[in-house]
Design a binder for this molecule. Structure first.
Ligand code: ATP
Ligand code: MN
Length: 538
């Protein structure tokens, strides 16, 4: 890690309305960690990583994410329960309250940027109430050199005040916490929540609006890596489906963990400079790269440590969403700068808790578009006794909460890429096998890895009848054989050992798919509609 102790530049926050603050500008991660420990806001784990509790919120709060409705956004944003409008004057008032709140305090400021491709670089200033949140910004955004900092001018500003609580009656929020994007002022205003993911997802959402609208670039909620021959692979998927786990691969260089752009000249660049991995049940045996990345500089969130500072990764007493953030260079095999070309394979990851989607299958272009718009995964019931019914969950573009535009806009851009780049699309079920949640088991990580490797290496062969067969319900092409995977695992029906129950459950899921797709039908061509599961009446 570089130490910015020698750093001499100072900045004032008066222009933000933050008065008499003691500004801690561009502190090194070591300094921020020391401050956090001294203030009693965190402890050091045995590996040297910092461990913090994020407070009341241990995950994002999608119902409290707003977008200011203004001349830039009013006709472009897909308004609704995901993109909730916020009044511009109300924003101004709330902003003033927050800057008052931050006045006369110790404040942590960091200049950084998003987008690893210089043509798309978006400069960001992050202003934090807490030192550890500022260290999170160090980990997750791209880090400018001291030279680049000399005449750094921020385009977007993130103002992050976890200790500030809004008054919903006065402030126009739903409750005391909020994350609001203002595209005119170029501010992400976050208050009442200490969950760090709001900081990165705020900027992600801003880019997801700006890149397609102004730069003809498709933003994606995906991870990406690149093989020795320069072939790029992209992994889309909702939370917990395996983007971080599966892209971290010793044989392929990591481009990025969670957010990328696909440019009109077919480059794929990372928005971020770090990874934000789930650590629930993490083990060195199954995920050595991530496990070893949890060293000095990494920040663990909401984990339980013993007296010696050892983390108990199985402990979910604070949350199931335990996390670690670290700069991408904590992973050994990375691509620098974080840019790939030649996208050859795109994986749609789904954690199907119904256990009916094949563990890997190949998609036609219409199926790819259909599944991209559907964005299916499943939510599993909590751990309450007796509750074993999974619930289907659909999130357009595998990232609806972060997509300000209509999903059709992103889908159109992806369809265009399909036509121009000739990529292979795969649907991968990282969820259940041998029955639904409660009956079957989660797909073994080693099998999923083997299937992905086989797809990447071309071992699944050409898309022909002797290599594949068409699934009678989902219409996707299941490979008959895959090196390193027992053949029986490739056919979900076989793993159930009960055809009746299997088809019943599969139809239940296809009904949910069709129900969900209704709201997009008007915007989609016949070609895309044909990509869905077969129509069954029974
Ligand atoms: P987020 O968007 O929240 O960052 P993500 O898509 O990156 O989510 P991961 O962090 O990769 O999700 O989480 C996948 C989790 O599922 C990990 O805890 C991993 O160990 C576990 N897992 C179990 N079996 C599998 C499997 N077959 N494939 C992938 N992940 C698996
Ligand atoms: Mn992830």
């Amino acid at each position: 890690m570089t130490n910015h102790n020698q750093f001499t530049k100072t900045i004032s926050l008066e222009k933000y309305g933050i008065k008499n603050a003691k500004v801690n500008y561009q502190l090194s991660p070591e300094e921020l960690q020391d401050i956090t420990l001294k203030k009693g806001q965190g402890v050091e784990a045995s590996t040297g990583a910092l461990a913090v509790n994020t407070g009341e919120f241990t995950g994002r709060s999608p119902k409290d994410r707003f977008i200011v409705k203004d001349d830039i956004t009013k006709d472009r944003v897909w308004w609704g329960p995901v993109n909730i409008p916020f009044d511009s004057d109300a924003f101004e008032k709330l902003y003033n309250k927050v800057s008052n709140y931050l006045s006369n305090k110790d404040i942590y400021v960091r200049d950084c940027y998003a987008c690893a491709d210089k043509d798309y670089q978006t400069n960001i200033r992050v202003i934090n109430e807490y030192a550890w949140s500022n260290q999170f910004a160090y980990n997750m955004f791209l880090r400018p050199t001291e030279e680049e900092l000399k005449d750094f001018s921020p385009e977007w500003t993130v103002i992050n005040a976890p200790g500030f609580k809004a008054n919903p009656q006065e402030d126009g929020t739903r409750q005391h916490n909020f994350a609001i994007l203002d595209f005119t002022r170029k501010i992400a205003l976050i208050g009442g929540t200490g969950y760090t993911g709001e900081i990165k997802k705020g900027i992600f959402s801003a880019l997801n609006f700006m890149l397609p609208v102004f730069k003809e670039t498709l933003p994606m909620h995906c991870s990406a890596n690149i093989g020795k021959d320069g072939d790029t692979a992209i992994f889309f998927g909702l939370s917990g489906t395996g983007k971080t786990t599966l892209s971290t691969d010793p044989n392929r260089s990591l481009i990025g963990d969670d957010e990328h752009g696909w440019t009109k000249d077919n480059k794929v660049f990372n928005f971020e400079g770090g990874c934000y991995a789930k650590v629930i049940d993490l083990s060195r045996e199954h995920e050595p790269e991530i496990y070893d990345a949890i060293k000095k500089g990494a920040i663990l969130e909401n984990v339980i440590l013993d007296a010696a500072g050892h983390v108990d990764f199985a402990d979910t007493s604070i949350t199931e969403n335990t996390r670690v953030s670290y700069p991408i260079d904590h992973i050994e095999n990375i691509q620098l700068p974080s840019i790939g070309r030649d996208v050859k394979n795109v994986f749609f990851l789904t954690a199907d808790a119904f256990g009916v989607i094949p563990p890997i299958s190949k998609l036609t272009p219409s199926q790819a578009a259909y599944h991209f718009i559907s964005g299916y995964t499943a939510k599993v019931a909590g751990t309450e006794a007796g509750v074993v019914e999974p619930e289907p969950s659909f999130s357009a573009c595998f990232g609806a909460p972060f997509m300000p535009l209509h999903p059709a806009k992103y889908a159109e851009m992806l369809s265009e890429k399909m036509i121009t780049s000739g990529v292979n699309f795969w649907l991968v079920n990282t969820g259940w096998t041998g029955g639904p949640y409660g009956v079957g088991t989660r797909m073994k990580l080693k099998y999923t890895r083997a299937m992905i490797n086989a797809a990447l290496n071309g071992d699944l062969g050409l898309y022909t009848y002797d290599k594949y067969h068409i699934h009678s319900v989902f219409g996707v092409a299941q490979p008959r054989e895959c090196p390193g995977v027992p053949t029986s695992v490739l056919s979900p029906r076989t793993t159930w050992n009960n055809d009746d129950a299997y088809y019943k459950t599969a139809f239940k899921l296809t009904n949910a798919f069709r129900e969900n797709f209704k709201k997009f039908e008007a915007h989609c061509s016949e070609e895309i509609r044909r990509g869905g599961p077969q129509r069954y009446t029974f």
